[in-house]
Ligand binder design. Structure first.
Ligand code: F6R
Length: 275
């Protein structure tokens, strides 16, 4: 069973959600207010499948789509489906460009846990993207941040994939980050480093203390935002994002101000949402 939810309504839907989604969009226009589309599905597998369908629609409509990409556990199921679809159906990414959200400071690109390595291992090596069209931020200076913004100056991201931190971060924009920030260097919170220690032998000391990240203002320029989340540890953040007011202490809540956001979550991550 599929559920779609905006700030005021939850509608139980049968398998064909498309018709209802049209109604939700129409509702948005009529009300002249921004409504966050939230789809709640049973588990991570269903979340990944739906996320893939959203991605495929964008790629099918625009061969040279600009993809905003995230690392972490959340988009892996989506990336696996993109690779499978490329292999089985020949969907091509040769004309696409990609811009990743973030990268640790202090790890070389060939480090096993760099986001550069993550993206090549989990996505790029399975697609036909051209290396020169792949962009990840790198470095720890103001100039490195400005260079990344400059690289994005003449493009519009067609679809920005996001995960969400347990503390509500998007990219590495930790709680308290002004919504106006562009690409910048951040100090990672203890919570984020603890959460990511699983990739570093469960040893927080090995987790970098800083990262370079697209800012919230950078993320908000994307045409469409696709946020995926699964698991009970995301429930507070998902609640603040959907039910709370836009609040810099819960960075993902800024997405309420974006007019084309689709949030796809499993039942555990949705468990604290208002009915
Ligand atoms: C990753 C990123 C982060 C993650 C978030 C959730 O590029 O920007 O915001 O999306 O930390 O991580 P996972 O998906 O591992 O739970």
């Amino acid at each position: 069973m599929l559920w779609t939810r905006d700030k005021k309504h939850m509608k139980k839907m049968s398998a064909d959600c498309k018709q209802v989604m049209k109604v939700v969009s129409l509702y948005r226009k009529v009300q002249e207010e921004i409504v966050m589309k939230v789809i709640v599905l049973k588990d991570y597998d269903e979340v990944s499948q739906k996320a893939f369908e959203v991605m495929k629609e964008v790629i099918s409509a625009k061969k040279d789509a600009v993809l905003g990409l995230a690392t972490g556990s959340s988009p892996i199921g989506l990336y696996q489906r993109m690779i499978k679809d490329h292999e089985e159906n020949g969907t091509s990414y040769a004309a696409c460009q990609s811009f990743n959200l973030d990268e640790y400071v202090g790890l070389s690109r060939d480090h096993a846990e760099s986001y550069y390595t993550f993206m090549h291992e989990n996505l790029f090596k399975g697609l036909d993207m051209k290396e020169e069209n792949i962009h990840l931020p790198y470095g720890n200076t103001k100039e490195d941040c400005e260079a990344y913004e400059k690289a994005m100056e003449h493009v519009t991201v067609d679809i920005q994939v996001l995960g969400i931190g347990a503390n509500g971060h998007i990219g590495f924009n930790e709680p308290g980050t002004p919504f106006t920030e562009e690409t910048h260097i951040v100090t990672l919170t203890e919570k984020t480093r603890q959460d990511n220690a699983r990739f570093f032998d469960n040893d927080i000391q090995q987790v970098p203390t800083h990262a370079i990240t697209m800012g919230i203002a950078t993320i908000m320029k994307a045409k469409k935002v696709l946020l995926v989340a699964a698991g009970a540890n995301k429930a507070d953040a998902v609640k603040a994002m959907v039910d709370g007011k836009p609040d810099e202490n819960w960075p993902a809540s800024v997405l309420q101000k974006h007019d084309d956001v689709i949030v796809i979550v499993d039942e555990a991550a949705a468990s604290k949402l208002n009915a």
